[in-house]
Design a binder for this molecule. Structure first.
Ligand code: TXA
Ligand code: MG
Length: 336
């Protein structure tokens, strides 16, 4: 891994990022949710490099990032659903992605041929600075190999994609403050409720407080949905460490003889006895804070994956607030 692949987001770093994006290269950049692998969304050749670098199938569309609502207007065809506009006004910039009828200027490669585009205005100051400096909408998936753990640090991006020739630069904005991908909503015709396609960094409670009840066709937080039932890319196996992961109710479910080959991902206060003799132990939040657990989830999954245990076992997280999205990621990480 070359040291110059990672740069600080100072004036020189931002100028380099913007020049690279304009000439069709890929740039890794921090957002408040996870690091993205960005390309000029209006340049199909640049967008194709994203799919190649990630090993991502072309049927899985990309989110287009903009500074805010004003820039989003030009990428949508027709009237916005009233709820979509209200949510954008309330929560952009922030961890919310809206699926809306696409403008013809967006290449079909970005949307996998769908007539809808996923739009998001990220709040991270580095993402905002790059969007404004480049003056382009940026297509950016999470900067991991397809199906793997999303990166929440610049080093994790380098670990995932450092070998990809088209990745010219990673801007280091430190750890992502939210740590979970954006919440995705669609607005199907003939359905009065917005449809939750992916639980994420903006809680369902906050959204429902603003626009009333959401519909969802995935049994989020209960079990992985059947393939194709959610966002096209929300496959049952996703966010997966290389080490097999299993969700358990209590550490005592792991036999004492198996513990020295097992890594424990805990949540909340843990007795010394409960943690004893595991090969590795990490706690998402000893004080049972869901925002803290969300921010640490992907980094700790990576840490435990590096422990080279036979298995990772994960303790339960409550189903409220960000817990819904945390459980969704753990369920998919556990799916073989
Ligand atoms: O927080 C985030 O959303 C991060 C940061 C980088 O912004 N991005 C992210 O992108 O998570 P990605 O590609 O890893 O996940 C995007 C999800 C996929 O499941 C994809 O199938 C879905 O959004 N998606 C994209 N465009 C869509 C569309 N037009 N209709 C339905 N789902 C779409
Ligand atoms: Mg992803």
């Amino acid at each position: 891994m070359s040291a110059s692949l990672i740069a600080l987001p100072d004036a020189a770093g931002l100028a380099r990022a913007s020049a690279l994006l304009r000439e069709g290269s890929l740039v890794g950049l921090p957002t408040e949710t996870v690091y993205g692998l960005a390309a000029n969304a209006l340049d199909p050749a640049a967008v194709a490099k994203i799919f190649e670098a990630k090993g991502r199938p072309f049927f899985d569309p990309l989110i287009v990032h903009l500074p805010g609502l004003a820039e989003a207007e030009a990428l949508v065809t027709g009237e916005w659903p009233a709820q979509a506009r209200k949510l954008a006004e309330l929560f952009w910039p922030g961890p919310l992605t809206l699926i809306l009828p696409k403008h013809p200027s967006i290449p079909d490669l970005v949307t996998s041929g769908l007539p809808y585009v996923a739009l998001r205005a990220p709040s991270h100051p580095v993402a905002q600075a790059v969007l404004k400096a480049a003056g382009l909408p940026l297509a950016a998936p999470s900067a991991n190999r397809f199906g793997r753990i999303s990166p929440t640090t610049a080093e994790a991006v380098a670990e995932e994609l450092g070998g990809a020739a088209a990745l010219a630069l990673i801007l280091d904005g430190g750890p992502c403050p939210i740590g979970l991908e954006s919440t995705i909503l669609a607005f199907p015709e003939g359905e009065s409720r917005p449809l939750l396609l992916r639980a994420g960094g903006l809680s369902v409670e906050e959204i429902e407080h603003a626009v009333g009840p959401l519909a969802h066709n995935t049994r989020l937080g209960k079990e992985a949905p059947p393939a194709g039932a959610a966002a096209p890319g929300q496959l049952p196996s996703h966010y997966a460490p290389r080490t097999p992961l299993r969700r358990i109710g209590h550490p005592s479910e792991v036999a004492p003889g198996d513990r020295n080959a097992t890594a424990l991902l805990a949540f909340g206060p843990l007795d010394a006895g409960d943690a004893a003799s595991f090969q590795a132990v990490e706690n998402l939040s000893p004080s049972a804070s869901l925002p803290e657990a969300a921010a640490r989830l992907f980094t700790l999954l990576r840490t435990l994956d590096h422990a080279a245990a036979r298995e990772i076992v994960a303790l339960p997280v409550p189903e409220t607030g960000l817990g819904l999205a945390i459980n969704d990621r753990l369920i998919r990480a556990a799916h073989q």
